[in-house]
Design a protein around this ligand. Sequence first.
Ligand code: SAM
Length: 254
Amino acid sequence: MKIEALTVFPGMFDDVMSTSILGRARERGIFEFEAHDLRDWTHDRHRTVDDAPYGGGQGMLMKVEPIAEALDDIIPRTPSCHVVFFTPCGARFDQHVAERLASQERILFVCGRYEGMDERAYAYADECLSIGDYVLTGGELAAMVVTDAIVRLLPGALGDEQSSKDESFATGERGGLLEYAQYTRPATFRGQDVPEVLLSGDHARIAQWRRHDALERTCRWRPDLIDAADLTAEECLEAAVLIERYHGSHTPEE
Ligand code: SAM
């Protein structure tokens, strides 16, 4: 897979794309990353990428011409380029979107700055994404967040193939819950003991405890996830009881 970003701050990506799992995945050729400097497609002495908005108002907007010229140049370089614009007005990014994007061959992230961009630039977007209901200074951090979430799903990126399938929000069979609590040594820390079952060596009991703990944590902290989670009939009833206990009444959807 190749991931690219169009940005006015290409240097922001250097450390993130060279560190830890992302850095190792790049070294192993699991994904390639390239940041393009939007100013390379300007033609004036000041390499201007912004201008005042028509109709007045605060701040500056990204001009459409450098973005259009950059995309006309970058998109056709190799086939099947999926173009994603970052904007708080986009669809909310989540694990389902990460899984869908992980199957693309090539993704180009377009990072906004200032007060955003001239609306006509969005004509190039295959999709627009937001990473949450808050406003960032620029799309670069969003591009890094989304790249990180995608790359850990690529085969070989994590040491243990199972680890991304077992995590919070994992989709598919029995998925959709938060991850269960985990512990490492020591078995007792400042009076807090690791649950006895985890020391038992009984893998069936451990799996059962983990599933129950995942259900309980999700009901407690993210009850909004329960309706879409893949639960057994028995777990649905248990979830209703847990949600009632933590938050008051809940009626599971059919
Ligand atoms: N004026 C815009 C609005 O109110 O929707 C906000 C512009 S923001 C200051 C500048 C850029 O940061 C955006 O064009 C976008 O690329 C990026 N950005 C800000 N918040 C974001 C979010 N929640 N998700 C993804 N990108 C975001």
